[in-house]
Design a binder for this molecule. Structure first.
Ligand SMILES: [Zn+2]
Length: 338
């Protein structure tokens, strides 16, 4: 099969590798679409993906072969690569470690990932895709689950005004998920015009341009002088975390969703007297995947505005795509089509 093997030092090699055979309790999934995740771009940029590995975890595919003893699926069923509950006794991911550190334990070796024509999964992990959810939408189930997880961890209540800083794929999905959760006003800060247009189409009420406007002042004005009840930082840049703390209303909440890889200076004296809560949200749990598939199926979350024609590429273009995504960009969600 064709696979993009990570060779280290920011280099993928698209090459032929043996198609893996499913062992007992495993399924072989033929990948139809594979979305490029910001997490993978970080793994590439900071060179933490193990050389020789195939990464990628946002796929929509079809069960191609069953290993011995598999009875949960049949060949030909459409699946995403998560959402199944972890059974007792199955090997745990490093994330189960109570002292899990994303920087040092985030990417371990031996991964068969989604940037390849086939991927092996333990049979308990995939979830069937509802018939009315096309592959192009199902491929975003994992980032959607990240957004759903963040919203479910937040204190958002019916009627709240919330803010989302950064309208990359996760910010766009948080905008929709928080709306589904009952926020009545969603304010989004995003400088790139293409992303701003897309997130407006997806249900943002107001876009603030952080390069042209004072974000904190605007967010406070737009929430009756109080500040948003919850601010989701989906950018993780130098300025955004401080903006989140400064804009949030008294006893409001800052939810850090993006993973900032650089130290961020913060200035607590400016906001700590408002007794702001701070929470982080990382990745997702299986039930967030199942909720995401329901939200995609019912149309409460739409994937279409996250993609343009230019964002669908072939596996051969992966190197170029990752290099482009390392720079701040106005690129929408990128998807590899097999
Ligand atoms: Zn992801």
């Amino acid at each position: 099969m064709k696979a993009a093997v990570y060779r280290g030092a920011q280099r993928f090699e698209v090459t032929e590798v043996p198609t893996p055979e499913p062992g007992a309790g495993e399924v072989l999934v033929q990948v139809r679409q594979s979305a490029i995740c910001g997490t993978d771009v970080h793994a590439f940029m900071y060179d933490i993906a193990p050389p020789g590995s195939v990464i990628g975890h946002e796929i929509a595919g079809v069960i191609a072969e069953l290993g011995p003893g598999v009875d949960r699926f049949s060949v030909g069923e459409r699946v995403v690569a998560g959402g199944g509950d972890h059974p007792d006794g199955a090997p745990r991911s490093p994330r189960a470690n109570p002292r899990y550190n994303y920087r040092t334990m985030g990417f371990q070796g031996g991964v068969t990932g989604g940037y390849a024509e086939y991927q092996i999964l333990p049979e308990w992990r995939p979830t069937r895709i509802p018939d009315n959810v096309p592959d192009e939408a199902a491929v975003l189930t994992e980032p959607c689950a990240v957004a759903v997880h963040a919203v479910r961890r937040s204190s958002v209540k019916l009627g709240d005004t919330v803010a989302v800083l950064g309208a990359g794929p996760i910010g766009m999905l948080v905008t929709q998920a928080v709306r589904a959760a009952g926020a009545t006003r969603v304010l989004v800060s995003e400088p790139a015009p293409g992303r701003a247009d897309a997130v407006m189409e997806l249900g943002a009420d107001v876009i603030v341009n952080p390069f042209e406007e004072d974000v904190v002042k605007r967010l406070v004005e737009l929430s009756d002088g109080f500040g948003p009840a919850v601010v989701f930082d989906c950018a993780g840049f130098n300025d955004t975390l401080n903006q989140a703390f400064e804009a949030t209303r008294r006893a409001g909440q800052v939810m850090l969703v993006a993973v900032p890889w650089e130290p961020l200076p913060i200035d607590p004296v400016d906001w700590m007297a408002r007794e702001v809560d701070f929470r982080t949200s990382f990745a997702s749990e299986p039930e967030d995947w199942r909720i995401s598939l329901q939200l995609l199926s019912s149309g409460r979350i739409s994937a279409s505005a996250l993609m343009s024609e230019a964002s669908v590429i072939s596996l051969e273009e992966i190197q170029q795509a990752f290099e482009g995504l390392m720079k701040p960009s106005s690129q929408l969600q990128m998807v590899i089509n097999f």
